[in-house]
Ligand binder design. Sequence first.
Ligand code: ZN
Length: 272
Amino acid sequence: MKTLKFIIPVIFLAMGTIFYACEKEEAELQQTEEISQEVLEKLESLHFNTSDVSFGTVELPDGSEFNAYIIEGDIAMTAEQLEAMKILDIREKQYRTYNLVTNNQTIDVIGYTGSGNALSSKMQTALQWAINNYNRLDLGLYFNLTFGTDYQSKDIVVYQVSGPAGGMAGFPSGGAPYKWVQIFSGIDSYDTDVVEHVITHEIGHCVGLRHTDWATRASCGGSGEDANPYGAVHIPGTPTGYDASSLMKACFNGSEDGEFGYYDEVALEYLY
Ligand SMILES: [Zn+2]
């Protein structure tokens, strides 16, 4: 049975589709056991895709953990955060959360190098490239990157945890970006460009970007049919249909170039 775990990523590779977060089977098991109808209805009303919701723990660099719902594969949200999320009652489509980061600020990002959760050298390079992606744009947010272990005062901490290729983050709250970006060890076997893609994507969540194909999960092999056209806030000037070049697709593949799609830039420049 042990080999099964290695076969699964190979199958995904062959399919060209990689889910960000892991423990799919475990997640589905937990979904029936722990995700209440009330939670699913709240998520539905917030226009998240409820076909992939699990309840799990997020491990921090100091070894502590917190419990969170894992939504659309790589978005962690605590029960309190979910409770606090505003239900949208406007008929708009799209792709950012209601929660944004306060504009015109410097965001201090640290690439964690402490034992146990240190980024590999490839991940460190990819993180630098990801930060460059943001700083190349003319945003009101400036990202200041350092590497080290002194993360308490930082706004975003990027660290490695063991797991299949992918990552996990969350959404801003109180005007601050989501702090914890987990990068799963399995991504280290991919090109630096793919790692850059994953890190840029997770930081996108930290500043409030949602999955561009949240309704259909087309990038994950979904049907392409809109689950629910109302809800999440549409960013003007961006397409409502599937945009294969978006860095904020729900799933990625092994040939991602790590660069923003045109409309990702439109979205970020509109928001910030
Ligand atoms: Zn994501």
